[in-house]
Design a protein around this ligand. Structure first.
Ligand code: BMA
Length: 304
């Protein structure tokens, strides 16, 4: 019953007013450390109401400057002429940074897209890597039992209950062996719907996953963050999860915007000192930073 993640006092670290051009919203970034720099690939909604990816960079993790233009995104796959791209999760495997994101035809027709880069200047398409209705794909940072492994969320649109699954691939293109996450042998559901947030962090107690859980109220959804620990060799098995919320909307920049009452993450960056930085989307309009100790999140997962 205590606050584990502290929000940065100067939040938001990015908002539409900080962009070099007029835009509507800046939110839900993927985050990574690259060449000593913090890089956010943000969802940015331009004036035509399309979500595009746009990079912001920082030397210290607190002060970000957005690039002058949206990033140089590869042409759509001919089989899926995506119009909107959002919610990128960035995973480093070898020298590649692999981005799994929602690739949407524009009317809530999302599939998981996969694109890679080595320099955050040039991006190559790997594939469209799922059926329709799948979102929140987060690739583990190493192969598990010889296969790429990702958390994903099939069968979902905005209004359906849906939960986290795990899928495997030999090559990042063909995905299968899919199964829902379970806790104590039963399919796991937390809230009205839920989905992966961050790229999982490897710890000596298991994979630490920060996820979002959605509650319903009489006039809409609330998005909040929690965490679970997954078995190292069988990540479909949840070893424990936080009873209490880790992050919730409470300030004006989280409660007012394109979608009110939302905190949502696509990242959790572990630092060498045992802390984690989470750059979270706030009300689908701004980006906040929350920090905490990884050990305290693990302890909260294993409270039983
Ligand atoms: C989810 C995604 C996120 C968004 C959230 C709240 O379904 O679309 O991009 O932040 O809804 O609107």
């Amino acid at each position: 019953m205590k606050r584990i993640l502290e929000k940065y006092e100067k939040n938001p670290v990015m908002c539409p007013e900080m962009m070099p051009q007029q835009v509507l919203y800046t939110f839900n970034p993927g985050a990574v450390l690259y060449n000593g720099e913090y890089i956010l690939i943000m969802d940015v909604t331009t004036l035509d109401d399309i979500h595009r990816f746009w990079i912001a960079r920082s030397k210290d993790g607190y002060n970000f400057v957005a690039d002058k233009e949206p990033l140089n995104w590869p042409e759509p796959d001919p089989s899926h002429p995506e119009k909107c791209t959002y919610d990128p999760r960035i995973t480093k495997i070898g020298d590649d940074y692999i981005i799994i994101y929602a690739s949407d035809l524009g009317q809530n027709e999302a599939r998981l897209g996969i694109v890679k880069t080595r320099d955050f200047e040039n991006f190559q398409r790997v594939c469209i890597g799922s059926e329709y209705g799948n979102r929140n794909g987060a690739l583990f940072p190493e192969k598990i039992n010889g296969l790429y492994c990702r958390l994903d969320r099939p069968f979902g649109n905005e209004l359906d209950p849906c939960s986290m699954w795990v899928s495997y691939s030999p090559d990042l293109v063909f995905w299968g062996k899919s199964e829902p996450l379970t806790y104590k042998g039963k399919p796991f559901m937390d809230g009205f719907k839920m989905g992966a947030g961050a790229v999982p962090i490897k710890t000596d107690k298991g994979w630490l996953e920060i996820y979002h859980t959605v509650s319903t109220t009489c006039n809409g959804f609330i998005y909040r963050l929690k965490a679970c620990l997954l078995d190292i060799d069988n990540p479909a098995k949840i070893l424990g999860y936080t009873k209490d919320f880790l992050l919730w909307p409470e300030h004006d920049y989280e409660m007012r915007g394109r979608v009110s009452n939302v905190v949502f993450t696509c990242n959790a960056l572990p630092e060498k000192d045992g802390t984690v930085k989470i750059y979270y989307g706030a009300a689908d309009t701004n980006i906040g930073l929350a920090e905490g100790k990884i050990q305290e999140i693990i302890d909260a997962c294993l409270y039983e």
